[in-house]
Write a protein that binds this ligand. Structure first.
Ligand SMILES: [Zn+2]
Length: 460
């Protein structure tokens, strides 16, 4: 029945095209990109002299230029010397929490969320997965990923589950539970709203809070998520919780173990049960170690924020305040554990994605994804492995079948680079163009936030 209907429609389209005196291909919007080196997102070695045909936002064909059959009437773009890869996916973000670097849930409006999704897109992050601090306004925005929006696609957990009195969530959003029954009910509620997966927090902020989510609650969350056909991902900090959650059947960690080194026992259990390190959030941990962030003069960063934010970030008062915080000395060893443990997991064959935890104050949309890739490579994986984590691996974990690779049938969410990112991971910043569903969107090099369009000067 379905295919009969499809055939009927295309017959109608053909007839309309013939009546209008146009070739049938003119009905669709087709673009050909050619002469680039392809990094397809699957980990396959880069291939030179490639071409791609995209129609109505989807990739129709990809292969060597020698085999290209450009459809009549297609727009052709020559990308000689450029590198083409899938748009990046950030598997751990929070949307609409800040205005500048002032954090308050009052800033969570559809307009502010859209502004941030355009910033992600400008940095080549064409899909984000939000992890648990979004009001229900996120669900209509999530639905837009089915079409051709000019901003990043959204996957979401809706609201994550917090154990009453413990760490997690954001002020102003009531998302805490006290019993396994309440936890199961909350999971069902988020699943019914359309959550793509379920999130839980198991932490106590360096022991500053009295509670951590106990096993009867976490196991109820994980079990109910699975009953609802959803994966469960956990915010963790401690080795002991990582081990317990692994026993309980958690699907992934949204941060790495940061209180000690992981060992063969935990790595073996994670591997046996297929637990992913979905996000290692190395950029998050690194950002905490600075009193003044080290990239304020980097135009790739500065273009994405207003001059007022830059000034605030550079202020000696801010540096003094951050340096005096009681937890400040703990951040450097925490980062080191995160780096070492991520490297150990990768080496042990545990699957991993790429995620930053950007969105809260001073953790910047888009820029942090490029910093994260750099830190992953610094920790010990190859640039190609980091790129694969941020594209096809993230898509695989998220069950996002139509993104994450340059292949027929996928959305044409693409990143075009001036230089080879497999030679130097920092070349992901050499952004020439970003496509979402086949449409070019403004890149960060065409952006100058809070200033006149030309005030940031030309692209370096
Ligand atoms: Zn987070």
């Amino acid at each position: 029945m379905r295919s009969a209907m499809k055939a009927g429609f295309s017959l109608v389209s053909l007839t309309v095209a013939m009546l209008a005196g146009l070739p049938a291909t003119a009905m669709a919007e087709t673009t050909v990109l050619r002469d680039f080196t392809l990094i397809d997102g699957t980990g396959k070695a880069p291939a030179a002299n490639q071409a791609l045909v995209m129609t109505d936002g989807r990739i129709k064909w990809v292969g060597p230029v020698a085999k290209l059959k450009a459809p009549a009437g297609a727009k052709v773009e020559r990308l000689k010397g450029k590198y083409l890869m899938p748009g990046l996916i950030d598997s751990h973000v929070h949307l609409g929490l800040v205005d500048g670097i002032t954090q308050n849930l009052q800033y969570q409006t559809p307009e502010n969320i859209e502004k941030q999704l355009r910033t992600y897109a400008a940095y080549g992050v064409t899909t984000v997965q939000t992890l648990g601090t979004e009001k229900d306004m996120i669900f209509p925005i999530q639905q837009r990923r089915k079409g051709r929006a000019a901003m990043s696609r959204v996957y979401t957990v809706g609201q994550g589950v917090v154990f009453k009195g413990s760490y997690g969530g954001v002020a102003g959003l009531d998302q805490s539970v006290a019993t396994p029954e309440e936890a199961r009910a909350m999971v069902d509620r988020e699943a019914a709203k359309g959550a793509d997966l379920i999130k839980l927090w198991v932490d106590d902020e360096f022991g500053m809070l009295e509670e951590r989510m106990p096993p009867p609650i976490s196991s109820a969350v994980i079990d109910q998520a699975h009953k609802d056909g959803k994966k469960a991902v956990a915010h963790i900090f401690y080795y002991s919780n990582a081990a317990e959650l692994t026993r309980e059947g958690v699907d992934a960690f949204a941060h790495s173990v940061r209180d000690r080194a992981v060992d063969d026992a935990l790595l073996g259990q994670m591997k046996a049960r297929g637990v992913w390190q979905m996000a290692a959030t190395l950029s998050r941990e690194a950002s905490f170690t600075y009193k003044t962030l080290p990239f304020l003069d980097d135009p790739f960063f500065a273009r994405g924020v207003t001059p007022a934010v830059l000034k605030e970030l550079a202020s000696p008062e801010r540096a003094a305040k951050l340096g005096a915080a009681p937890n400040f000395p703990k951040y450097a060893p925490t980062l080191q554990y995160a780096m070492d443990n991520f490297a150990a997991e990768a080496k042990a064959g545990i699957r991993y994605g790429m995620g930053t935890d950007s969105g809260p104050t001073a953790r910047f949309p888009g820029y942090f994804a490029h910093w994260e890739l750099e830190l992953m490579v610094k920790a010990g994986v190859t640039p190609m492995q980091a790129i694969t984590a941020a594209t096809s691996a993230n898509a695989e974990f998220m069950g996002a079948r139509d993104i994450g690779a340059v292949a027929p049938g996928k959305w044409a969410d693409l990143l075009v680079l001036d230089r080879d990112p497999t030679a130097d991971i920092r070349n992901t910043r050499a952004i020439d163009a970003v496509y979402i569903a086949g449409n070019k969107v403004p890149t960060i090099w065409q952006t100058c936030t809070g200033r006149a369009a030309d005030a940031c000067g030309p692209r370096p």
